[in-house]
Design a protein around this ligand. Structure first.
Ligand code: 0A1
Ligand code: ZN
Length: 849
């Protein structure tokens, strides 16, 4: 029963399953094209359910036999699974099915990657393994037997027994099927141990393909740091005797939190100084922590239904963000988070794919693993914490863990814990989960005899299916800076609840400058009249690092917009202000690097569109390039000394080392525009780490140089898949606008290009979509090329195809010609025979803009 007709599923239709499961026993007889899965499941009627239909999900399964209480039966095949008549009381279901992991290219269910068996079950992949109530509110304990000749065979929980050709695992914690995992292959481990706060000794392993053993140490340290952090910060400790992580080459997402057996995209766990950049190290640390933290926020307490996805994801992202801040720098981390939120989530909120953090309907749940659910979901947790305070936040979390351990719950349950702890009514706050779109917050100020009045007006533009918007609770963190640059009022959180609201600060001597939305205290767009001098003043004096950075960002953004739309030269105030920050040795180099970073072309296009004009991608590209040149000239006198100060003779991928390198690399990119690539070539030649090597190569490519170095890089790394992904990606990312599509096309002809590996596909086509001027080149060649490949990939891997189709989500920003070309590509995709449900849903939503 394949390809169910696209049916919309609604949150309001939730009903519990008619049966509970006491225990699940699974036996796998592994075979590449004919794996047998034998299941034995003890069911009992669910007293809380009224619908007693016995329906089991199942897709792409060959049913060999089925029994109830030992008697053979013939179940009725129905759309998406099967039905059977069952006895009134408890009963045992047994089934044997056959599946073919080798031909499973969708990478969902049981599949093969580089000769190794592995699974991905979230959200609805378990139904491709056996017949089962594949929904998160059915939790059960699993015992798994794996029979095969693979040297290493793993599943969830603790090892039970093993012998010649088999192993058995038992997971004592009840879990939904989406957390099931099995891995079998020729793997080697990087072992370690961890003792929990209550004294439990835990065996830790990172399992990799032979040859990758040397790339596990950093990930292992991150895991131990995360385990200790969750004990210290949330009082949560690990609950099994063993914790396994496996690196897999073919994986649709970053990683997966299966109970006791996390499966990782190899790009998100393997790290070495030779092959990984500073950004890779930071991301690996964050993802390892994220998956580990899911053990409590997601696994022990899971989601009642997939509409509640943000319950586990928003909270777990928030937790990994705080962990990374503690490990590195909160200031730098927060700026990076906001950059990411604006680039991905605000972009989503601005277009046809906008949806609430807790959506009310979906066709394919895999299409809702979005920036909105994850990142805006995390912002909501941050706002909640700001509103209730640190102490009540911790108490609320403790109550939530205690009250709901072992349950599948909802956002209502989560918020109730905080209402009970604080006595607050969170009804209005809950709207953050149901209302889509980014609120605009307009601010005006008045000064009268020692009193400063800040007046805010909030409004949220309409989004698909939601035209009326209500006022939200917005925590606005504000501080005041006196005319001499001293802070006269430290950070205070104003709590806005009305459509329009004023707040006053009394007893002030002289008129201060307000620093508003400190630490980005709410995911909103602040609209505020401010001249360049006031921005430069706050950039120099604000004590809040986020606002300090934000002022620099506004200066450069306005300057760029003026250059693009009014053909004016770069503004001296802005160039001077940036130079002052750049040379301020009291500031963290990582922060200075962030101030030096210019707004992306995509960001500028949206800004211009929001101002009521049609963005011209070529013009945006040219203006950004000319500003980089002007900036390079403006700081050329300080480049050599600064560069020397930032040398890091020994590579350590920590906050200090990566911050220094980030600034040095940003300066090198500028210098490359002036010295014809001399300094970048020198660094490339002597680089002993991937950060230096790739940054110098990217500086060359961005300046239109580096062709010899690209060849040398390929020669050096042709046997390392993850580094070769960088090689593919860089060439497309830095291709000149008129060469982006042809570069991508040429790379698809390279012997190492394969459409079957999501990392490789994303390296080429993610880079093409991310090369703003190249993707939107006037000839439409890039649109056409991407559409061709999406059509081809959809037959192989619908999930990644659907995700990549988001490249077109901003199409309504552009001129009629571009819109026309994109529309016809989207229609062509939609007209493809047997297009997957995933891609059909995405393209239909994008087209409906
Ligand atoms: N839960 C994982 C992300 C994930 C989601 C879906 C997947 O396959 C469809 C795979 C991974 C996380 O948040 O890390
Ligand atoms: Zn997650």
């Amino acid at each position: 029963m394949k390809d169910a007709a696209p049916e919309t599923i609604y949150l309001k239709d939730y009903t519990p399953f008619g049966y509970q499961i006491e225990s699940v026993h699974l036996t796998f007889r592994l075979h590449p094209t004919a794996t047998r899965v034998i299941s034995k499941i003890a069911f009992a009627p669910n007293p809380e359910a009224t619908d007693k239909r016995f329906f089991l999900h199942g897709e792409e399964l060959s049913l060999i036999s089925a029994k109830i209480n030992g008697e053979a039966i013939t179940p009725r095949p129905v759309e998406g699974g099967l039905e059977a008549d069952v006895p009134e009381g408890p009963f045992v279901w047994e089934a044997e099915v056959e599946i073919s992991p080798e031909t499973n290219t969708a990478l969902e269910g049981l599949y093969m990657s580089s000769g190794m068996y592995c699974t991905q079950c979230e959200a609805e992949g378990f139904r491709k393994i056996t017949y089962y109530p594949d929904r998160p509110d059915v939790m059960a304990t699993f015992t798994v037997r794996i029979e095969g000749d693979q040297p290493v065979m793993l599943s969830n929980g603790n090892p039970l027994t093993s012998g010649e050709g088999f192993v058995e695992w038992h997971d004592p914690w009840p879990k939904p099927s989406y957390l099931f995992a099995l891995v079998a292959g020729n793997l080697v481990n990087h072992p370690d141990r961890f003792t929990t706060q209550s004294g439990r000794d835990v065996e830790l392993n990172i399992w990799v393909r032979p040859g990758d053993e040397g790339k596990c140490a950093f990930g292992m340290q991150a895991l131990k740091d995360a385990m200790a952090w969750d004990e210290k910060t949330y009082g949560r400790e690990y609950d099994l005797d063993i914790f396994n992580i496996v690196a897999v080459d073919d994986f649709n997402m970053g990683a997966m939190e299966n109970k006791g057996l996390n499966v990782f995209n190899s790009s998100c766990v393997l790290a070495s100084k030779e092959t990984s950049t500073d950004a890779n190290f930071e991301r690996i640390e964050g993802i390892i922590a994220h998956e580990y933290f899911h053990n409590w926020t997601g696994n022990r307490i899971t989601c009642r239904d997939w509409f509640q996805l943000c319950l586990k994801e928003g909270l777990t992202v928030y937790r990994d963000q705080m962990f990374s801040g503690d490990m590195r720098s909160h200031a730098v981390k927060r700026i990076e988070e906001v950059l990411q939120l604006r680039a991905r989530q605000f972009r989503e909120d601005n277009g046809p794919l906008a949806h609430p953090v807790r959506p009310e309907s979906f066709v394919e749940i895999n299409n809702f693993y979005t920036a909105t659910v994850y990142e805006k979901g995390a912002e909501i947790i941050g706002m909640l914490r700001r509103l209730v305070g640190d102490e009540a936040y911790r108490k609320g979390c403790d109550l939530y863990f205690e009250r709901h351990d072992g349950q599948a719950v909802t956002i209502e349950d989560w918020l109730k814990a905080f209402e009970d702890v604080t006595g607050r009514d969170l009804a209005q706050f809950k709207q953050w989960y149901s209302q889509a779109g980014t609120p605009r917050l307009k601010m005006s100020e008045a000064w009268n005899d020692g009193t400063l009045t800040l007046t805010f007006a909030q409004s949220t533009p309409p989004t698909p299916g939601q035209s009326e918007k209500k006022p939200q609770v917005i925590p606005i963190a504000v501080g005041l800076i006196g005319p001499n640059g001293d802070e006269v009022v430290p950070t205070t959180v104003l709590e806005m609840t009305e459509a329009e609201q004023s707040f006053t600060f009394e007893g002030l001597g002289a008129r201060p400058v307000a620093s508003v939305l400190r630490d980005f205290s709410a995911p909103v767009i602040l609209e505020r009249e401010m001249d360049d001098d006031t921005r430069a003043f706050l950039l120099a004096h604000d004590t809040d690092p986020f606002q300090k950075w934000e002022m620099g960002r506004m200066l450069t953004k306005d300057m760029l917009v003026a250059m693009i739309t009014a053909d004016v030269p770069p503004a001296e105030t802005a160039l001077d202000a940036i130079k002052t920050v750049l040379t301020d040795e009291s500031l963290d180099p990582a922060f200075r690097a962030l101030v030096l970073g210019l707004p992306s072309e995509d960001d500028l296009a949206q800004t211009i569109f929001d101002a009521g004009q049609t963005p011209d991608p070529a013009k945006i590209h040219a203006a950004r390039k000319s500003l980089r040149h002007a900036l390079a000239l403006h700081v050329s006198d300080v480049l050599p000394t600064l560069g020397r100060q930032l040398e890091t003779p020994v590579f350590v991928p920590d906050a200090d080392g990566s911050g220094k390198r980030a600034l040095r690399h940003a300066l090198l990119a500028l210098e490359t525009l002036l010295d014809d690539g001399k300094a970048a070539r020198a660094l490339f030649a002597r680089a002993d780490n991937m950060s230096d090597q790739s940054a110098s190569l990217q500086a060359l490519l961005a300046a239109g140089l580096g062709q010899d170095e690209i060849k040398a890089f390929e020669k050096q790394w042709k046997n390392d898949r993850l580094v070769m992904d960088k090689w593919f990606m860089m060439q497309v990312s830095f291709a000149a606008p008129d060469k982006a599509a042809s570069t991508a096309l040429a790379l698809t002809q390279h012997p190492d290009f394969t459409i079957k590996n999501p990392n490789r596909f994303r390296a080429v086509f993610g880079a093409l979509a991310g090369n703003h001027a190249g993707f939107h080149a006037a000839d439409g060649k890039a649109y056409q090329l991407l559409a061709n490949y999406l059509i081809e990939l959809d037959k192989i891997n619908p999930q990644t195809t659907a995700r990549m189709s988001g490249a077109f989500e901003t199409w309504k920003r552009y001129d009629a010609d571009r819109q026309g070309m994109i529309r016809s590509e989207l229609e062509r995709i939609l007209a493809t025979p047997e297009l997957s449900r995933d891609t059909t849903e995405m393209v239909t939503r994008i087209l409906s803009a």
